[in-house]
Design a protein around this ligand. Structure first.
Ligand SMILES: O=P(O)(O)O[C@@H]1C[C@H](O)[C@@H](CO)O1
Length: 307
């Protein structure tokens, strides 16, 4: 794996800063699949910097991820939105995928809000619900895919970083309070908020039934293909982190019916019940995100106001 040296991040940050005419964002927002329009709500003198112009940035290859940084004001705060993120399943190393996060840190971002689309493993979760991420389960991380692998860059943080409080309690409390005090979000818009554990899966396959059962047993409420490398890198360089998932589909973890038993029953002339199950696909993810995008925009705007 090729190590990205500190100087490359600095060069990239210098380039981005030079486009900003003195604007210094304090809050960064990563827009998940289908949630790019969060950036459309920025106000003031909005500045757009395309990823393909920034040294060190790779290319966004996934539909629903535009590939640009958008700078502007949100609820009175200076903000930068990542309209599109990089995923390891696109063939990028965790360091390449998280490169922008360190660049945001270098240009002054102190708080990172990460959004994503995820599958609901927890059977109480419905499509359209939002979950504050309280913790994550990173099987790839445990097994050796961690964005911090390689020489430590001391300028960013410690070799051994505790991630016990990676999802900053102060920010989760703000988000919870916003939710509980904005009755119209809960009542008129039927916006349900949970708090749960995000299970990072490498992708790009959606998970098998057995994998989902294993994730559930291990304590994951959600399955997703992003976020964890970004939040680990953000924590390493001292940012406060708030992460939330939009549940875009329900995960099917039911066992496959036993083929031998069903063929036996068929041969004995018994009529078989046909169970039609909906498996996830990316179009469904984008559609579910589009349906909730304005509520999430409002939720994030209210949170940003309180930070
Ligand atoms: O970037 P996020 O995590 O929001 O996107 C999810 C995971 C895959 O990229 C995609 C699957 O539909 O949505």
């Amino acid at each position: 794996m090729e190590h990205i040296p500190y100087e490359t991040y600095v060069q990239s940050a210098d380039y981005v800063r030079a486009q900003l005419d003195g604007f210094a964002p304090e809050i960064g927002i990563v827009c998940g699949s289908g949630l790019s329009s969060l950036a459309d709500t920025l106000e003031g003198n909005v500045i757009v910097v395309k990823y393909d112009s920034i040294p060190g940035f790779v290319r966004s290859t996934v539909e629903g991820h535009k590939g640009q940084l958008v700078f502007g004001m949100l609820a009175g705060k200076r903000v930068v939105c990542m309209q599109g993120r990089f995923h390891c399943y696109e063939g990028y190393t965790a360091q390449q995928a998280t490169f922008p996060i360190r660049v945001l840190h270098l240009i002054g971002v102190k708080v990172l809000i990460v959004t994503n689309a995820a599958g609901g493993i927890n059977s109480n979760y419905e499509v359209g619900d939002v979950t504050l991420i309280a913790d994550h389960l990173s099987l790839p991380g445990i097994a050796g895919s961690n964005a911090l692998i390689g020489p430590n860059i001391n300028e960013f943080g410690l070799r051994f970083t505790s991630i016990s409080d990676i999802y900053t309690p102060r920010l989760r409390r703000i988000a919870a309070k916003v939710y509980l005090t904005h009755t119209h979000l809960r009542e008129e818009r039927e916006f349900r908020l949970h708090e749960g554990v995000y299970g990072w899966c490498y992708g790009p396959c959606f998970e098998s039934r057995a994998e989902l059962r294993a994730l559930k047993t291990l304590g994951a409420d959600l399955a997703g293909m992003s976020t964890v490398p970004e939040t680990v890198i953000a924590k390493h360089c001292g940012m406060e982190v708030l992460a939330m998932s939009l549940v875009t589909n329900k995960c099917v973890d039911r066992r496959e019916p036993d083929t031998i038993e069903s063929v036996k029953a068929e041969m004995a002339g018994q009529v078989q019940e046909v169970v039609i199950e909906e498996f996830p696909h990316h179009e469904e993810v984008l559609a579910a995100a589009a349906a909730r995008t304005s509520d999430i925009q409002e939720f994030v705007r209210c949170i940003v106001r309180e930070i």
